[in-house]
Design a protein around this ligand. Structure first.
Ligand code: ASP
Length: 437
């Protein structure tokens, strides 16, 4: 069995839904599909989920949502009409949702209705079964999946039938609708794939696979054929939003591969994600970064002999709401890096550190960007960091930080914020010249 998930752009209008139907019926193993709410049809458009959140907010503030809700109604009815479906029961469901919103339903209920309606329209147009995930998927209070969901969903699936499921939501511990984090239909897809023991989880979107860098920064970055689950996690940690990282967990332990594919170009291979990959041809799969870090640097003679110095520092930082993301320790010094927006009371923090830890020197440096080179083959490859640092040097870009981190899969290179975009382009070029044909 292949479980497919279609994102918002794949179900944005009736034309897109027809492509979805073609994809599903072109392979008999594709028997379960999870769908998002209709997304943007063009760059000016608004996603249905965003409109539903707006409606809920407006009513909760005592304002009218008539215009916004009217647009949602029109959008669904138009899709149904274009697909030559009867609109009677759909219109009644939309009226019911409007009534519930006006009666004070919360944001989770509001947002979930996008997927709820989308799945019903698509199920009706294909003659497949609609299965409401609210009955089978349960979320814990922290938003994670309750393990019992896998069996409940598996039991609900009949081997002789095909199903369309709404993504993004389930039931909370109070039995009411609860949504996953944004983009959470990916998680529903992963849960369904695990429940039925799928051989493959296909994640259909509007790009032909995962790219090595953000195409808004780098011109036409290469698509990678293969990634590991761990590389996805590492990429997320350095700011690359390539795949919902919470959607990895359900399939990771049972090693179901995920394939990201393009609804608008179904023949292209896309990107496969799984437990391991051959790293010999492409040691690095991605380059991404984040700006706005602050470095706190402390120097103290014999610091290495004070076993709990770092612990004390971390405790003080915590009191000030600061959690370091990167660090480097020297013999007589240490540096830690955190998001500079967390540094709300610099004077207070420095004063407290001076008072309690008596450093010989203490200073901060702001506006540092951290760029991660990610790849399972990075550690064993030879010369990548040489090429990257030479390329940065040739452009006069200073390296402010350098570390393999804990995993050895990501190398973090720090540069100044104002050189971030330039540095990222230079680093991508150095890597792609060597490894991308
Ligand atoms: N519709 C939801 C969102 O926009 C969930 C999803 O599409 O995955 O976040």
């Amino acid at each position: 069995m292949i479980v497919c998930k279609f994102g918002g752009s794949s179900v944005a209008d009736s034309n897109q839904i027809k492509k979805v139907a073609n994809i599903l019926t072109s392979h008999e193993a594709r028997r379960i599909a999870i769908v998002s709410a209709p997304g943007k049809r063009n760059s000016e458009d608004i996603k249905i989920t965003d409109m539903l959140y707006t409606c809920q907010r407006l009513t909760s503030e005592g304002k009218s949502m008539t215009t916004e809700f009217g647009q949602i109604r029109t959008r669904y009815l138009e899709i149904a009409q274009d697909l030559e479906l009867s609109t009677e029961s759909l219109a009644a469901q939309i009226d019911e949702i409007e009534k519930n919103l006006l009666a004070g339903a919360g944001p989770d209920y509001a947002a979930s209705r996008g997927e709820f309606l989308s799945a019903q329209v698509i199920a009706a147009s294909m003659g497949w079964e609609f299965l409401d995930t609210q009955t089978y998927i349960f979320l814990n209070d922290d938003g994670t999946v309750d393990e019992k969901s896998y069996q409940l969903l598996a039991d609900a699936i009949d081997d002789t039938k095909n199903y369309i499921l709404p993504g993004f939501y389930g039931s909370g511990t109070d039995g009411k609708v609860k949504t996953f984090s944004r983009g959470g239909s990916d998680i529903t897809g992963a849960i369904a794939a695990r429940s039925v023991g799928a051989e493959l989880y296909e994640n259909w979107t509007d790009v032909s696979g995962i790219r090595m860098a953000d195409p808004r920064i780098v011109d036409d970055p290469a698509v990678v054929n293969e990634l590991t689950y761990q590389e996805i996690r590492e990429l997320a940690s350095v700011g690359a939003n390539v795949f919902h990282e919470e959607a990895i967990a359900p399939v990771r332990s049972v090693q179901i591969p995920i394939c990201v594919k393009n609804t608008n170009d179904p023949e292209s291979a896309g990107t496969m994600m799984g437990p391991s990959r051959d790293t010999s041809t492409l040691p690095i799969v991605g380059i991404s970064g984040k700006t706005g870090y602050c470095r706190l640097h402390i120097k103290k003679h014999f610091l290495n002999k004070e076993a709990d110095y770092k612990l004390k520092l971390e405790t003080i930082l915590k009191v000030y709401g600061i959690v370091p993301e990167f660090s480097s320790d020297g013999f007589d010094s240490l540096s830690c890096y955190f998001k500079q927006k967390l540094l709300r009371d610099q004077e207070g923090l420095i004063g407290r550190i001076v008072e309690e830890l008596s450093p010989d020197e203490i200073d901060t440096e702001e506006q540092i960007a951290m760029i991660g080179l990610v790849g399972e083959g990075l550690y064993e490859a030879r010369g990548i960091l040489g090429d990257v640092s030479s390329a940065l040097a040739a452009e006069g870009i200073a390296i402010r930080y350098l570390s393999y981190g804990g995993s050895m899969i990501t190398c973090i290179i720090g540069v100044y914020d104002h050189e971030y975009l330039h540095a990222l382009k230079v680093m991508y070029k150095a890597v792609s010249e060597k490894y991308v044909s």
